[in-house]
Every structure is written in C-alpha cells, then in structure tokens.
Design a protein around this ligand. Structure first.
Ligand code: ADP
Ligand code: ZN
Length: 491
C-alpha cells in the first residue's frame, strides 16, 4: 500500500530506527533533511530541481550508498538534483561536478573545474582532484598512541535510550572516535551519559550517576567541554573576534597609540559594546533590527555609521593606516598578515586560519556563522588557551562542511590538542578521520532498538578485524587498498 511504500523510503535512507511517534524537534539536521527527501521520493513529481546541502551529515558510510541511490531515483524520474557535498562517494556518483575555490571567502569564488567526475582526477587546478589522486587517502594514518592501563575513562552498564548495558572505555590523552550507523547511540553515549556524569563529578556534585551504573577514571580529568555546532552568539554584538578574545587585545592596542593617549582614550573607547566610542544610533551593532508584523525580524545596516559600528571621532585613531572599524572588516587571514608584528594577536589569528576559517570576518556577526564554522571557532578559542591539559573534548561530527584539504588541517589541530595532554573524543562518519584515530569505539549494529551494543573497540587495525562491524568492513577496504604501499604510521 501507499503507507508501506512511503515507510520503505524512510528505511532506504537509513532512518528505519526512528519511532513513528518521535517528536520532530528532537531530530538532528541530517535526519530532518533525509525525512524531507523521503517524502519527495514518495511523490511522483518530475521536472523538479532539488537542491541539497550536505545530505550525508550524520550518515555512516554504509548508508551513503542508499542515499546516492535515492538521489539517482529522483533523477531517473526526470528531475534535476544539485548537491553541495564533500563526500567522495556522492561526488563519484555525480554526472557533473562543479569545483569552486581555490580558497574560502575572498580567496574563493572561481570555478576550478566543470565536468564529469572521472576527469576531475586529471585537473591540475582543482584541489578536489588533487586530493582524490592522493594515495595517502587510502592508508591507515593512526599514530596508535597508547594510554597506560590506569589512565582510561570507563563507563559501566550504559543504558540510556537504546544503549544495552554497554561497558565503554576510552584511553585518555588520545584521539578517540565513536563510530556506528545513524541512530546506533553515539550521541546518547557521549552527550547524555558521559558528559553529564563527568561534568557533575568535576563540579564536586554528588548526584547519582545517570544512565550508567559506574564510572571510573574521572580523576585524571580536570575539565570536560562539548564543542558542538550550537551558535557562538545570537546577536550581532557577538563576533568571532569577541568570542576568541582578540577584541580585548585590539582595544588595548588602539588605546596604546599616541593619538589615543593625547585624547585620553582608554580601551573602552574602542568597544562597540559600551557607550563611548561606538555609534549611538545603532549602539554599536552596525545594524538595526526592524520588527515586521507576521514576518521574521530583519536587520538593516545602520545609516549613521554605515555599518561600521563606531562614532566618527573614534575612527581618527589609526594603527598602520587602519581605524578600528576597518580592522573589524578584515578577514582573519588579512588580519594575520596585517598584525604579523604583534605576536599575541598573530598567534590567535593563525589558529583560526589553521582551522580553515581564514575567510571569516573579524567583525562578522556570529549569527551568520554556520554550525560547522561555529564549532571550529570554539576550537580556536581552546587552542588559544594557555592552560589546557587534562581536558576532555567532546565533538560531534567536526568535519561537517569541511573539504578534504580542511579535514587534514582539522586533524592536525585535534592531534595538537592531544599532544598537549588532552583527550579528544569525536563522533565521526568520515573515514579520513576514523582511520586517523588512536582508538575506535564502534556501536551498533543497527540504529534504534537494534543498536546500542558495543561492537568493537581498539585501534583501526583491530576494528578492521571485527566481522559484524560496518565500520570494520570499511576499514578492511582501506587496508586492502593500501596493500603493497606499506601501511605506516604517519609522523
Ligand atoms: P547516533 O548518535 O548514533 O546517531 P543517537 O544517540 O542519536 O544515535 O540515537 C540513539 C537512539 O535514541 C535512536 O533510536 C534515536 O532515534 C533515539 N533518540 C535520539 N535522540 C532522541 C530524543 N531526543 N528523543 C527520543 N529518542 C531519541
Ligand atoms: Zn551605527
């Protein structure tokens, strides 16, 4: 019947584990997108142009094939499907590939390649082509860091939602990855069991453990932090520069200039969050909020300061020819070059660029950042801290929105955090990340009630040997491809 047909589309998209009464607002972005896609599969429309943004988010490689088949089905009915995607399999399945670049932001925007996926491999201009040619992609690159037996964090009998009394251990001071098909219980384990219990313990709270029977090894951890996709700020007052703390440095720098001293201006003069040097018309927001009846509110640029956020007088003070408003209009990579003589600032700016965010504007309002960008800005702030160490970082799909080249940079950054004696635990489907992990915890075998078991745990090589693990199966493929090239650890 029609009902069964529609349900089967959901299952085809790897969503078979969702219960029928599941509330829509508890779905992840990827799940919601795939549900919308399944209802399109159910309709028999033709001549539609579908536009999808990263439909593989949250999907295990096992289910990518299902997704690709669904997209092909839409195409065969006479529709056009345009997908923004970083996933290799989707890219290879496309009829036509358009590669933009070469950089992000101002450094991007050029078409580097247009054509069939086969020929992109021969393109000399395309980053994507170069990455796909790179044989290193098919090597296990785990450093295999080990933890002494007494420095593991262990949860016993985790039973929240679909978890089946799983005993899960994570070696500290390593890069650990939690894998498993969508709905297998990864987020539940990390965000609903591990995080709240550890946070309570670290706060000295004696409340009972939640969702598990015992937790061991927490003593070796000083701090736990979730680095997620939630916004870093909800108003235009918040910017990446304020968030990572360089705004303070900038204000001091400006206030230290001779012109400021003559005027008696203190750092506060260069703040757009307090009265003094900011534009009063917009109170330093650069934009004005317009309430619209029946419509979402909109922001329009302030006419008085032209969006510059500051009072005219404040702009008379210049560092190397630039006033504070012009400085905030710079991108992080422009600012890194501009402030190369100010070590403090340069270092903080470099970190942001290293995470592939050099194209963001210093003063760009935080609400304009995507989830993946917000997550990487949070990481930048952590890297800028001097007192890290013994921190446990929890990340959910940090590769969202990242191109292969930027995934490498991200991995360098995560490994750097581990080298500083922190522990990084990531939920990730991206094989480039999985094969780099020191340790893998694989949940499954399926989503929902049929999931929640610990299937495999160990180094990528060890997990590759586990029969019933989908992640293991994909790692075996990588190992097979790398045969004859020598599987070495990358230093
Ligand atoms: P994963 O992170 O591996 O995709 P989850 O931990 O999100 O898996 O989900 C595990 C199970 O719990 C699934 O059956 C999922 O549908 C269910 N689930 C997840 N979040 C909620 C929620 N907020 N309310 C009810 N059920 C949920
Ligand atoms: Zn203004």
């Amino acid at each position: 019947s029609e009902c069964v047909r529609r349900l089967s589309f959901l299952k085809d998209l790897g969503l078979g584990y969702l219960t029928l009464d599941r509330a829509g607002d508890t779905l992840s972005g990827g799940e919601a997108q795939r549900i919308r896609l399944s209802s399109e599969l159910g309709s028999n429309l033709t001549g539609v142009c579908y536009v999808l943004d990263e439909p593989t988010i949250g999907l295990h490689p096992r289910d990518n094939t299902l997704l690709v088949n669904a997209l092909k089905m839409l195409k065969q009915r006479g529709n056009t499907v345009i997908v923004v995607e970083h996933d290799e399999e989707t890219l290879r399945a496309a009829d036509w590939v358009i590669d933009l670049g070469p950089g992000g932001g101002e450094r991007g925007g050029e078409v580097l390649y247009q054509g069939t996926p086969g020929r992109i491999l021969r393109s000399t201009r395309s980053h994507t082509g170069r990455m796909l040619r790179d044989r290193d992609r098919y090597r296990i690159t785990s450093r295999r860091r080990e933890s002494p037996p007494d420095s593991w964090l262990t949860l016993y009998g985790a039973h929240e939602r679909n978890l089946k009394d799983a005993d899960v251990s994570i070696p500290l001071s390593t890069l650990a990855v939690i894998t498993g098909v969508s709905g297998s219980g990864k987020s539940t384990l990390l965000m609903d069991v591990l995080y709240p219990n550890l946070a309570n313990r670290l706060n000295g709270s004696r409340v009972r453990l939640k969702g598990c029977s015992k937790m061991e090894g927490a003593k070796a951890i000083k701090r736990v932090l979730v680095v997620d996709h939630s916004p870093i700020g909800r108003t235009p007052r918040s910017t990446p520069a304020t968030y990572i703390g360089i705004m303070d440095e900038l204000r001091q720098l400006m206030a230290g200039l001779p012109d400021s001293r003559t005027m008696g201006w203190r750092p506060g003069r260069f703040s757009f969050n307090v009265t003094g040097g900011r534009c009063q018309a917009c109170q330093g927001q650069g934009t004005l909020r317009v309430e619209m009846k029946f419509l979402p509110e909109v922001y329009v640029p302030c006419e008085t300061c032209g969006g510059g956020r500051y009072h005219e007088e404040t702009l008379s003070v210049k560092y190397r020819g630039k006033d504070i408003s012009e400085i905030l209009k710079m991108t992080f990579s422009e600012a890194r070059d501009f402030f190369s003589a100010v070590p403090h600032l340069r270092r903080a700016l470099e970190v942001v660029c290293d995470l592939g965010l050099g194209y963001l504007g210093l003063g760009q309002p935080s609400p304009s950042l995507s989830g993946g960008e917000a997550q990487r800005v949070k990481l930048s702030r952590e890297l800028g801290r001097r007192d890290t160490g013994k921190t446990l970082y929890l990340l959910d799909e940090p590769t969202t929105g990242l191109h292969f080249a930027d995934i490498r940079k991200l991995l360098e950054v995560l490994n750097h955090l581990v080298d500083l004696n922190n522990t990084v635990v990531v939920i990730e489907h991206n094989l480039d990340v999985i094969k780099t992990a020191d340790y893998i915890v694989d949940l499954g075998p399926e989503g929902g009630e049929k999931g929640g078991y610990l299937l495999a745990a160990g180094t990528p090589e060890e997990v590759a040997k586990v029969e019933g693990s989908y992640t293991g199966r994909f790692l075996r493929k990588i190992l097979a491809k790398s045969k004859g090239q020598g599987v070495g650890s990358q230093k």
